[in-house]
Write a protein that binds this ligand. Structure first.
Ligand code: IMP
Length: 435
């Protein structure tokens, strides 16, 4: 039995889609366990670029079962749209199976409206959310007023829950946010109709996984967002509303933590962030522009330009700690090609020259932190064709070696380009060796 969790070690967008695509063949199951369609995995498959927000990117592979776990907040219309795109592009194999947990909470239209209205109202203090209703859906889950996928099949109950929710949400939308209230009947009709279209996918996914784990099947847990967007361990309040750390692979999919054998952290060779919030190593200069443009750093969901900066090992080390990362996959090393000098942040200085190796919990202090850098010489050679560490320029190797030392986690894979084959696999972490 092998359960591997892939988690982002930064603020999301580390390139998890490519890594999942690369290794999915070795697994029987691919599971999403948190977040919703705020995520965006760009996968280049068979020469086509595809963006998946909700369905695990393992869906493109032969003979896979994909699971949308109970920890996900689920927008059924986005699901149907993605299914349609997959079918249109002939990308679904006949032996692909997809299951949605009946316990996953639904994203409702009022979640989206509230998310967007709140962001519009709190100018100067906004989070910079994706506007997909993720936060309000998780709020209702915690408030115990959420509607779950399984509730769609008990029409009376569903209508009653919807009415109860709308009473409060419409009051807020109308009286506090000055927005149009939403129509109960319209929403009920849309969701009940959609319920029939997704019915064949809805299941008790915890039972399915448990059964398969007992059969020795291999499971890949595909994390969304990144460690520092975690609601507990991230740069709160500039975070998403779920636990993005590896532990949630267990509760978000209804299996015990002993089903997880290894956690692989995905780490970009530099740092990016979408949305608001402190970013100590951010670069608002030519180098930042280089990263943004060469790395094509645009949010996969919202199309916003990602903020870019030097690799921040304070953040990566923390991700290694809170997620128990045992192996690292480094992505987008090629984006750094051509820069004369490179920097890695090894700690922060704050108030009166105090030094810290760990990210402070206080957002006020984090905002004042000044990065302490180590500097490296860059390289000019094209590294796109490197398939072995020895084919990398010596300066690239030095950079990676220092990264590995600071992370205290082994680098097992280096991505040197967007395509599948543009990858150096140092050791195959996903099958026998690390299990
Ligand atoms: P929300 O998840 O839409 O509530 O947005 C909260 C914060 O998380 C915002 O800063 C978003 O830009 C960020 N965020 C959410 N999902 C992703 C992602 O998949 N990649 C990068 N940032 C994300």
């Amino acid at each position: 039995m092998a359960g591997i969790v892939l988690v982002g070690a930064q603020w999301g967008d580390e390139g998890k889609g490519k890594i999942t695509d690369l290794i999915a063949d070795d697994f029987d199951y691919v599971v999403r366990y948190q977040g919703g369609n705020n995520a965006g995995h760009t996968v280049i498959h068979g020469g086509r670029t595809l963006k998946l927000h909700l369905i695990p990117s393992g869906v493109l592979h032969d003979n896979k079962t994909c699971i949308i776990g109970n920890g996900v907040v689920f927008d059924p219309f986005v699901f149907l749209q993605e299914m349609e795109e997959l079918q249109k592009g002939n990308l679904l194999q006949s032996n692909t199976r997809i299951y949605i947990s009946e316990r996953a909470h639904l994203i409702m239209p009022y979640h989206r409206s509230l998310d967007q209205a709140r962001e519009a109202k709190t100018s100067g203090k906004k989070i910079g959310t994706t506007g997909r209703g993720i936060g309000p859906a998780y709020e209702d889950k915690a408030a115990r007023t959420g509607i779950r996928v399984g509730d769609l099949y008990e029409e009376n109950l569903f209508r009653e829950m919807l009415r109860h929710n709308l009473e409060e949400k419409n009051f807020l939308l109308k009286n506090y946010y000055n927005e149009k209230p939403l129509d109960e009947e319209e929403i009920a009709a849309q969701y009940l109709d959609c319920a029939q279209k997704i019915k064949s996918y809805v299941a008790d996914t915890s039972l399915i996984l448990d059964h398969e784990i007992r059969q020795g099947k291999k499971i890949l847990f595909e994390g969304a967002q990144g460690s520092h967007l975690d609601i507990d361990h991230g740069t709160y309040p500039y975070v998403t509303s779920s636990n993005t750390v590896s532990a949630n692979a267990s509760s978000g999919s209804g299996i015990g933590p002993n089903a997880i054998t290894k956690v692989v952290g995905i780490c970009k060779a530099y740092t990016t962030r979408v949305g608001e919030g402190p970013f100590p190593t951010e670069l608002n200069d030519e180098t930042g522009n280089h990263m943004q443009q060469v790395g094509q750093e645009f949010g996969a969901t919202t199309g916003r330009k990602r903020r870019c900066g030097w690799l921040d090992m304070v953040l990566v080390r923390q991700a290694v700690r809170v997620s128990g990362i045992g192996a690292l996959a480094i992505t987008k090393l090629d984006v750094l090609t051509g820069l004369d000098k490179l920097k890695i942040c090894v700690g922060y200085k704050y108030a009166n020259d105090q030094f810290t190796h760990a990210a402070p919990a206080s957002i006020r202090i984090l905002s004042q932190c000044q990065p302490v850098y180590e500097e490296f010489d860059g390289w000019k050679e094209d590294i796109l064709y490197a398939r072995d560490m020895n084919e990398l320029p010596v300066n690239a190797r030095k950079y990676l070696r220092r990264l590995e030392e600071l992370a205290e986690a082994k680098i097992v894979l280096v991505s040197v380009g967007a395509g599948r084959e543009e990858t150096i696999i140092l050791e195959d972490p996903f099958i026998n060796k690390l299990l």
